[in-house]
Design a protein around this ligand. Structure first.
Ligand SMILES: [Zn+2]
Length: 58
């Protein structure tokens, strides 16, 4: 149980498009996506279009 939880947390700290550390969290009605700085900038216009809130992920 504990191991499974920590794996999930580790995965959530990574960009969903590459393996870089996540810098931005995109909050969507359907869930969350994490992006590195590069992919956050690349996808921000589209994400806002579909109603995502972008927040820095410290
Ligand atoms: Zn990325």
């Amino acid at each position: 149980m504990a191991t499974q939880t920590s794996v999930i947390l580790t995965n959530r700290d990574r960009c969903d498009r590459c393996r870089a550390a996540a810098a931005v969290r995109a909050l969507l009605p359907a869930g969350e996506l994490l992006f590195c700085g590069h992919h956050a900038r690349k996808h921000a216009p589209r994400l806002r279009e579909i109603g995502a809130q972008l927040r820095p992920d410290p």
